[in-house]
Design a protein. Structure first.
Lengths: 112, 114
C-alpha cells in the first residue's frame, strides 16, 4: 500500500471548518483513500473513503485532487468532540482484506 | 445492536508469561482482525481471521497467534511476553463479502508487561 504523509498536528476553532491534508504521491490506480479517526482511549472510527471523485457523508467530505496525489478531509463545522487523531490510509480494494496501514496521523485539536 | 466488544479492558503481566485476549465482532460480521498500538503510534496490523483460518498476517513473530470460533468470535494469544509487547490491542470486525475497508473497532485491551 502507498505511503501517506500528514502534518503531526493542527488546531481549529469550534464551529469553523477543519481541513486536514494528506499526501499520497505514490498512490496506484486501484488504491482508495480512507480516513479514520481515533478519539482518546477509543478504537479507530471509519469516516469516509474515495477513489477519485469527491465524497460526502454525514460526518465529512473528502476532496481528492485530479492527479490523486493528495486529498483533504473536511469537517464542515468542527465541534469539541471532533478532537482526535485523524489517519489518512491508502488501501487497494479487493486485495488488502482488513489490513490497514496506519501512519502516525494528525492530532486535530478543536478549541472553544 | 452491540458493536465490537473486547475483554479484558486492562491487564498486567510479567515478562515470559502468556496472555489471551478476546473479541466478539459486531453482529452480522464474519471477519476479525487484530492490531497492536504502541503509545503514540498508529495501530499495526497483526493478522486477520475468516472462516476460522488466518488469512493475512503482518510483520509479527510466531509468539503472536490467534483463533476464530464458529460464532466468529476470536482470541489473540501472545506467548513469552516481552516488555515491548506492552500496548493497546485492538480488534476490528468486518464483512468479508463486502470488503469495503470499513472496519469496526473495539475499544481495545491495554496490556502492560512488567
Amino acid at each position: 500500500d502507498a505511503k501517506t504523509t500528514q502534518p503531526p498536528s493542527m488546531d481549529c476553532a469550534e464551529g469553523r471548518a477543519a481541513n486536514l491534508p494528506c499526501n499520497h504521491s505514490t498512490i496506484s490506480g486501484n488504491e482508495y483513500v480512507y480516513w479514520y479517526r481515533q478519539i482518546h482511549s477509543q478504537g479507530p472510527q471509519y469516516i469516509i473513503h474515495g477513489l477519485k471523485n469527491n465524497e460526502t457523508n454525514e460526518m465529512a467530505s473528502l476532496i481528492i485532487t485530479e492527479d490523486r496525489k493528495s486529498s483533504t478531509l473536511i469537517l464542515p463545522h468542527a465541534t469539541l468532540r471532533d478532537t482526535a487523531v485523524y489517519y489518512c490510509i491508502v488501501r487497494a480494494m479487493g486485495t488488502s482484506g482488513s489490513r490497514l496501514t496506519f501512519g502516525e496521523g494528525t492530532q486535530l485539536t478543536v478549541n472553544p | 445492536d452491540a458493536g465490537v466488544t473486547q475483554s479484558p479492558t486492562h491487564l498486567i503481566k510479567t515478562r515470559g508469561q502468556q496472555v489471551t485476549l478476546r473479541c466478539s465482532p459486531k453482529s452480522g460480521h464474519d471477519t476479525v482482525s487484530w492490531y497492536q498500538q504502541a503509545l503514540g503510534q498508529g495501530p499495526q496490523f497483526i493478522f486477520q481471521y475468516y472462516e476460522e483460518e488466518e488469512r493475512q498476517r503482518g510483520n509479527f513473530p510466531d509468539r503472536f497467534s490467534g483463533h476464530q470460533f464458529p460464532n466468529y468470535s476470536s482470541e489473540l494469544n501472545v506467548n513469552a511476553l516481552l516488555l515491548g509487547d506492552s500496548a493497546l490491542y485492538l480488534c476490528a470486525s468486518s464483512l468479508q463479502m463486502t470488503n469495503t475497508g470499513e472496519l469496526f473497532f473495539g475499544e481495545g485491551s491495554r496490556l502492560t508487561v512488567l
